[in-house]
Write a protein of this length. Structure first.
Lengths: 163, 286
């Protein structure tokens, strides 16, 4: 299969490369661009470990072909970590022991941040519903829900102070 | 592709070896798992004619490329087809709803998916187009079997048209799954006109209990136009045995699915008639 020119914004920087149209975004991020924070668990959309943001919306990078990102803004856990955007979530996960092996964590953080941007004060049930598409095989989820809830409260308090 | 005309030409040129790529949330997993290996993918995400939600006369027209997340959020859908808004919440997970499209879900015709049953319950018309022109197929006739539809080679699904919700109309969407976002073990989508606590024009569409969405007409005739009580509901639930054909699989046995379908029918009718809560409550709890 012939390769195609592809250019998009990756974590705020323009990238250009040649990729085969059949390859999905997660493989291209990991193998061609060296960003291995995006993890591949199931490659069928079930586990959520490969979740990234494309044009501000979370998507499964294993279920999107890389060539479909032409002209888009793609953000991965590396970009969100470097910008400090999810630093509070990362800290809450660490403090609450909401990870053990860490495989699911990038996808968890991106999905949790998506929830908190839409719903600043979610209920615990609301957190579980939004996070239901992200598997964790270590923690049993309670600590993850705690960490997200704690971050929501902190962000809420901060917002209230700056108002 | 950037237009329908281009899409028709590509379909004609590449024939059966080509697959249309919309949201890709069922197609790309099938590629990843090597269940499918089409020679050509025709990406229709930039075909503007397939986008948009609009009111035309008494119908709500929803473009094929409308993503599940848009169905959840669109004001026109909340107002004129609230059943769809409720159903969209149950489709997979947020990251998948951001990409998956209505048209893709309908042509994929997975018997356990939500939107096909909604089209049957809502009496929607499925709009199909090809180089030869456009035709409309009633939702109830569109789904012909397991992953099979009335769509012909060279045709694409462009939109659906749904009669807008009437004044006295109520709707219910329920599904039972092992985890939020999983495919349903059993689900029901229904809409009915309610006048003086009596249901008219009830269309209970079940999913995940056969090879395609099934309109439970025999059960409905035992409910429509009657003063509903627990005995009447029981009679309707029993009638489901004649019309549903669930299968055994890893998720649930056929008998369990049958039982859950009866439970959902009772719960759905009780939810449509909250005024009768006192006499239907016990029946719905079972």
């Amino acid at each position: 299969m012939s390769e195609r020119e592809l250019s998009f914004m990756l974590n705020g920087e323009a990238v250009m490369l040649r990729v085969a149209p059949r390859r999905h975004l997660a493989d291209v991020l990991r193998e061609d661009l060296g960003l291995t924070g995006t993890h591949l668990g199931c490659e069928q959309g079930v586990c959520g470990a490969c979740t990234v943001r494309v044009d501000g919306e979370i998507v499964r990078s294993c279920l999107m072909l890389a060539v479909q990102c032409e002209g888009s803004h793609v953000e991965t856990i590396e970009g969100l970590s470097d910008s400090g955007e999810v630093a509070d979530l990362q800290n809450a996960f660490r403090v609450r022991n909401a990870l053990q092996c860490g495989f699911c964590t990038p996808g968890m953080i991106i999905t949790a941040d998506d929830l908190l941007r839409r719903q600043p004060s979610p209920s615990r049930d609301g957190i579980r519903e939004h996070m239901a598409g992200n598997y964790c095989r270590c923690t049993g989820y309670h600590a993850i829900v705690d960490a997200i809830e704690a971050t929501a409260e902190k962000r809420h308090r901060k917002g209230a102070v700056s108002d | 592709m950037t237009s329908q005309a281009e899409t028709f030409a590509a379909l004609q040129r590449y024939g059966e070896g080509a697959k249309l790529l919309a949201g890709g949330q069922s197609l790309v997993p099938a590629l990843n798992l090597r269940l499918l290996s089409p020679a050509i993918l025709i990406d229709i995400n930039d075909v503007d004619e397939l986008k948009g939600i609009s009111l035309r006369a008494n119908k709500l027209r929803i473009g094929a490329l409308t993503r599940h997340a848009e169905i959840e959020r669109a004001a026109l859908i909340a107002e004129h087809a609230p059943l769809l808004k409720e159903a969209a919440r149950h489709i997979a997970h947020p990251a998948i709803r951001n990409r998956g499209t209505m048209g893709g879900s309908l042509v994929n015709a997975d018997p356990a998916s939500e939107l096909p049953a909604c089209m049957v319950a809502l009496g929607a018309e499925i709009v199909l187009a090809s180089a030869a022109g456009e035709r409309r197929v009633p939702g109830g006739d569109f789904f012909t079997g397991l992953y099979e539809t009335a769509i012909a080679p060279g045709e694409i699904l462009t939109a659906v048209e749904i009669p807008i919700a009437r004044q006295n109309e109520r709707y219910v969407f329920m599904e039972l799954a092992r985890r939020v976002g999983d495919y349903a073990l059993v689900g029901i989508a229904c809409q009915a006109e309610v006048v003086d606590n009596v249901l008219h024009d009830l269309k209970p569409a079940f999913f995940a209990v056969g090879t395609r969405p099934i309109l439970a007409s025999a059960a409905a005739t035992r409910i429509i136009g009657r003063q509903i009580d627990a005995a009447c509901l029981e009679e309707a639930a029993a009638a489901l045995d004649e019309e549903l054909a669930p299968i055994n699989d890893l998720q649930a046995s056929a008998a369990m699915r049958m039982h859950l379908a009866r439970v959902l029918l009772r719960r759905a009718v009780a939810a449509l008639l909250p005024e009768l809560q006192h006499c239907l409550q016990t029946a719905a709890r079972a």
